[in-house]
Write a protein that binds this ligand. Sequence first.
Ligand SMILES: NC(=O)c1ccc[n+]([C@@H]2O[C@H](COP(=O)([O-])OP(=O)(O)OC[C@H]3O[C@@H](n4cnc5c(N)ncnc54)[C@H](O)[C@@H]3O)[C@@H](O)[C@H]2O)c1
Ligand SMILES: [Zn+2]
Length: 372
Amino acid sequence: VLVPEKSPGSPPRVSYSTCTTLPYPIHVGSGLLSHLPSLVPAIGAAHRVAIISDTTIAPLYADRVAAAIGKPRCIGVHIAPGEAHKTRATWSSVTDQLLEARMGRDSLIIALGGGVIGDLAGFVAATFLRGIPFVQLPTTLLAMVDASIGGKTGVDTIHGKNLVGAFHPPIAVISDVDTLASLNSHQRASGMAEVLKHALIADSAYLDTLLALAWDQPVAAEVWQGVILRSVEIKAAVVAKDERESGLRKTLNFGHTIGHAIEVLLGYTLPHGHCIALGMVIEARIAVALGICDPSLPQMIEQAARHLGLPTIIPAALTPDAIIAATRHDKKARQGQVEYALPVRCGEMARNDGSYAIAVGDDTVLAALASR
Ligand SMILES: NC(=O)c1ccc[n+]([C@@H]2O[C@H](COP(=O)([O-])OP(=O)(O)OC[C@H]3O[C@@H](n4cnc5c(N)ncnc54)[C@H](O)[C@@H]3O)[C@@H](O)[C@H]2O)c1
Ligand SMILES: [Zn+2]
């Protein structure tokens, strides 16, 4: 969709595409933050709007959002950045601030930020006055292609991540790719791992597209728009068929059983996507060892990961035994057997009678980890 540029002084040029697979629209494009009320009519209709963000993102983008909505109606709620603040304590402080500001059921929440803000503000929206509408404005690549899609919201606890939460879909997701310009290279590469995962689980032609693009140079807005839209379409199609993760949605866990174990063992010092890239290589090797996967896939994943700025070698300090032990603590473990979502070839995952989950013995995992 192209809206022509207007006279000088008008908001910047806007161009976007929309994924309509889910009950709410997902708009991806450039200049969108300045056009929010026309993109989401409910924003214009809301009595009050709380813009929930963090202290890194707010100085960069909150003014643009508030100016587009009309400042007098807006309340800015800014939390400290980082996963450490995705907690019930922050939820409690944010909900108190909304109550003190006398926000009512006719108000709306905007989540402006990465996945931490999306999950936290979404959980606030799910619970505040028993649930009010919210709009996701993801500002990291990972949040645009993954965290903002699918309706899962929540906070972390000392017992683990995302253990208290709710399904509460946004009324719209607006991914303004202009915000990606301020991301650092690690955050960008981390999001690329989920993009790579989407290509590997569902669309081999998309992998070819990713490999044909140069990622070590500045990326044009139109390129981001195309790449993010394709990832969004893939995740949205999976979520639309299996909202509550009884089968197909498990394919989105590809790389995450081993990847999450690595992430935990490293104390979350390596970005999520980097761990998932390592996990996808190992899990593809497991699938080859089980005789269900094209033998060329692990190497194909390694090459693609390198092209996208992601690691392919597990830090030497992590022993195979420690990684296997860590997989047992994963939510995906059932009765001691750890389950994996495994690939058949690039673009296709093993169905296993529609469960998309395969229990794998320790010996097979050990061999895959040892062959690094
Ligand atoms: N709900 C879901 O389905 C789902 C799916 C995947 C991940 N998640 C969650 O997402 C979170 C991770 O999200 P993330 O990777 O976006 O991390 P994040 O939200 O912590 O953001 C990373 C850092 O980047 C900063 N930042 C954000 N946007 C920026 C920008 N445009 N320019 C400069 N700095 C910016 C943030 O302030 C933060 O310090 C995790 O909590 C994870 O559990 C949720
Ligand atoms: Zn992930």
